[in-house]
Design a protein around this ligand. Structure first.
Ligand code: SF4
Ligand code: SF4
Length: 340
């Protein structure tokens, strides 16, 4: 379970390799509790705390015993297998205390969208489950015992979070108890008043994945006819923002080659965002296509990204590329420099 690697032996007094999730993180998945939700590296992540978890009583001391065990091994340069190669591992003087401040809630999967690129859409049998358990009782228990502290990140995932019966209550509980750093990726099909409050109070960050600049393209990608509804949700969230909060709402565009990879689509998407009062431009690219084509990306994909960057500058919006596109642009820059 733990493997020794010389590169993870810290030479600095009191330091060792760990991450904010091993130290103070907890993830509620459908059937398990883990340290984190990351999985894109060699070891595979989703570092397990407890398997077969479907809402049983949690002994918090046991959770912290697992974390202490990780700390002991990591201090000797023995890294949990699932963490090997993870970019979040870093050498630091960790506080070693027993509390949670990073939470990821992904305990139920269902969605009101059917994105053509989504794993859940392609494998509906794995995601069609009845609601198994509520997280709010655990959140309250942790908070009342002083285990859960504000200061970290509270993210929601696992399909469409706003469909959770307890979503409004969860967000309201966090806000009423002075938490901040709430992050929600949503389809935007359902408007959430609690989320609107989180934005209004500059304590929530919302990303709505639109992926299109027209109703027709939206329908092709999402396989539902809700473009206007989603645009309306975005407008309502944006209305909550003041100058300071105006970057807290974004409408993301995932480039899907062959489906929405045109300048016209990008331009319409950006104009609609700007008209709705958004000050962000967030781009990504479809993962499976990217993995299959990353060594041979067609030039027009670079042109699209550069066009969005140029327009973002003109509109004075914050320009953000997700990790895959950042790497792509970096590689392009490097190859141009090498050719020179
Ligand atoms: S996989 Fe990465 S983020 Fe997850 S617990 Fe291990 S080091 Fe931390
Ligand atoms: S909104 Fe998210 S979870 Fe829902 S179908 Fe699209 S990618 Fe999948």
């Amino acid at each position: 379970m733990f493997v020794f690697n010389e590169k993870y032996v810290s030479k600095k007094e009191g330091h060792y390799y760990s991450c904010p999730w091993i130290e103070h993180g907890l993830v509620f998945f459908q059937y398990k509790l883990t340290m984190c939700c990351y999985c894109g590296h060699e070891g595979g992540g989703h570092t397990l705390i407890r398997d077969n978890f479907v809402g049983q009583k949690i002994d918090w001391d046991k959770i912290f015993k697992v974390k202490d065990m990780f700390r002991r091994f990591h201090k000797k340069g023995k890294i949990n297998k699932s963490c090997v190669g993870c970019p979040f591992l870093k050498e630091a003087k960790w506080d070693g205390e027993h509390y949670i401040d990073n939470l990821y809630l992904s305990h139920w999967t269902n969605c009101n969208s059917k994105c053509i690129y989504c794993y859940a859409t392609k494998n509906p049998q794995e995601f069609k489950v009845d609601k198994l358990y509520n997280v709010l009782p655990y959140v309250k228990d942790m908070y009342e015992k002083g285990i859960l502290r504000p200061g970290g990140i509270i993210s929601f995932g696992g399909g469409e979070p706003t469909l959770l019966d307890e979503f409004e209550d969860l967000v309201t509980y966090f806000l009423d108890n002075y938490f901040w750093g709430l992050r929600v990726h949503t389809s935007g099909v359902k408007y959430s008043p609690a989320l609107a409050r989180a934005i209004n109070e500059i304590r929530g960050y919302v990303v709505v994945s639109v992926d299109s600049g027209s109703r027709e393209t939206f329908k092709k990608i999402k396989q539902i006819d809700c473009y206007d509804k989603v645009r309306d949700t975005i407008r309502k969230y944006a209305l909550q923002t003041t100058f300071l909060g105006r970057y807290l709402v974004s409408a993301k565009f995932i480039i899907i080659p062959g489906v929405n990879d045109t300048i016209e689509e990008i331009e319409n998407w950006m104009s609609a965002n700007y008209d709705a009062g958004l000050y962000t431009t967030v781009l990504d690219i479809e993962e499976n296509w990217y993995l299959a084509n990353k060594d041979n990306i067609p030039p027009h994909i670079f042109d699209l990204i550069k066009y969005a960057q140029k327009r973002s500058k003109e509109l004075n919006t914050n320009f953000e590329l997700y990790e895959r596109l950042q790497n792509l642009m970096l590689n392009e820059k490097n190859s141009v420099t090498l050719k020179k």
